[in-house]
Ligand binder design. Structure first.
Ligand code: GLY
Ligand code: MN
Ligand code: MN
Length: 461
């Protein structure tokens, strides 16, 4: 594998798919975002379109394309003052090696644009280039008398999203390293979480292990929810202390070279799942395994989601929570009272990666489908998450209108006795191949027996 060649191939593939015979394209990496009221900045994230096509993640930089001349890379090298405060910046030779292009100072962009003023201009990447051109050491576009063509920009951007769906070997290599770092953190949490430990303290241990295992940062804000907090889909860790009898849900992923992993495990704080927790966990796990098994090229992700909904509905009928036929329950969104989110999403340079829905498909406004973030047929090379869950979410289950609408379909007495249970989600990252999907996060314990064995060991210590 030659990462530089792969980045050059991405550019060639995208340029072919654009099919431009004239025009100018600028792909901006983005400017550091100031923290209002301070002299500091938020952690910098290069725009995914720039990172994908340039193979680097420098701020205030622009990748430019013109069909006659091909690709040019303009980088903001440090000023003499920057050198005093933040050092000499990136080594131009390293940038050239990573991108396969000779980086030019960003100050040359204006002169490069000058003779192209009459051409249609597409602005991609971070649109702060139009709003804050000075940050790119560029006079305003009005001074150049050019104005970006929004329709062209949107079309070209969509083409990049489509190209980014199937991952190349360099991307998969980063995603495997991200998955390995996630494994280390989740395993540590599974083996060391203890009663009396705050969710926040568990987050600190988990993330420290991600970083020790090679993560550059976390791919998203880590979710650690214990007891009832496990029912908050994006729960920020709190000072709540883990208690015996609680479930703890950890949805956290390491990021490596810009690539995300996204993993959820749910385990008991005590050494064993308690009776009903165990039944629910087995149902979520069986639903997740079936979806992974069915994830093949050509399969519509929406159909995987709906099959998972039917399994969850059938399981909840068996467990005395829902009443009716699974098909009817899913048709009227009764399953979504307990599984309100989608089965998962594309994963890559973003946690909810671009291009998750085919062009022209928009999420349905049905309660059971509106949070489905992927709606397309799977293809080899796509990386998606598979993350069913069952939750007892008071914000849904205490809603009088829903209680009325689903009066017959739900055993409300039983539900009311479970409102403190929290929730269970199991999430893995899978690579779609011609054959069975490869689970990139496969070696993070997930079976009931292996989780209980690790928890029992943690308790014996
Ligand atoms: N961690 C956010 C998600 O699973 O989509
Ligand atoms: Mn997640
Ligand atoms: Mn996810």
């Amino acid at each position: 594998m030659d990462p530089t060649r792969l980045v050059a191939e991405r550019r060639a593939r995208v340029a072919r798919a654009w099919g431009l015979d004239r025009g100018t394209v600028l792909v901006a990496s983005g400017l550091p975002v100031p923290i209002a009221g301070t002299d500091q900045f938020h952690d910098f994230h290069a725009h995914a379109e720039f990172r994908y096509l340039a193979g680097i993640a420098e701020p205030a930089s622009v990748l430019a394309f013109d069909p006659a001349e091909g690709w040019q890379l303009f980088v903001a090298f440090p000023t003499p003052d920057d050198r005093i405060w933040t050092g000499d910046g990136p080594d131009p030779a390293a940038l050239a090696a990573a991108s396969g292009l000779v980086p030019r100072p960003i100050e040359e962009l204006e002169a490069w644009l000058e003779p192209r003023r009459a051409e249609p201009l597409a602005l991609l990447g971070n649109h702060d280039l139009a709003r804050r051109p000075g940050g790119y050491r560029l006079a305003g576009f009005h001074r150049l008398e050019v104005s970006p063509d929004e329709e062209l920009s949107a079309r070209l951007s969509w083409v990049i999203s489509e190209q980014r769906r199937a991952k190349d070997p360099a991307e998969l290599d980063a995603m495997r390293r991200a998955a390995a770092a996630s494994r280390a953190g989740h395993l540590l949490a599974l083996c060391t979480a203890r009663p009396g430990q705050a969710e926040r303290a568990l987050q600190v241990e988990l993330e420290a292990e991600f970083f020790r295992a090679g993560a550059d940062r976390t791919a998203y804000g880590s979710i650690v929810g214990s007891g009832p907090n496990a029912a908050i889909l994006h729960a920020a860790p709190t000072r709540r202390e883990l208690r015996p009898g609680d479930l703890v849900l950890i949805d956290a992923g390491a990021e490596v070279d810009g690539y995300a992993s996204d993993v959820t495990r749910t385990f008991p704080v005590g050494p064993r799942f308690e009776g009903f927790q165990r039944d629910l966990y087995a149902l979520v796990l069986q639903t997740q395994r079936a979806a992974i098994e069915a994830a093949r090229p050509g399969v519509e992700y929406r159909d995987l989601h709906l099959a998972a909904c039917r399994r969850i509905a059938a399981g909840l009928v068996d467990l005395g929570i829902l009443r009716g036929s699974p098909d009817d329950l899913v048709d009227c969104d009764a399953h979504a009272l307990f599984f309100p989110h989608g089965l998962g999403h594309l994963l890559g340079l973003a946690t909810h990666d671009a291009g998750g829905c085919l062009q022209g498909r928009t999420p349905s406004d049905r309660f059971g489908l509106k949070w489905l973030r992927a709606d397309l047929p799977l293809q080899p090379g796509y990386v998606v998450t598979i993350e069913p869950g069952i939750y007892f979410i008071p914000a849904i289950l205490r809603d009088p209108a829903r209680r009325e609408r689903y009066r017959e379909a739900v055993n409300w007495d039983r539900v009311d006795s479970l409102l403190q249970l929290g929730g269970i989600r199991i999430e893995d990252d899978i690579l779609v191949t011609e054959d069975a999907a490869e689970v990139l996060t496969a070696d993070i314990p997930v079976g009931i027996e292996e989780i209980e064995a690790l928890r029992a060991e943690a308790f014996a210590r």
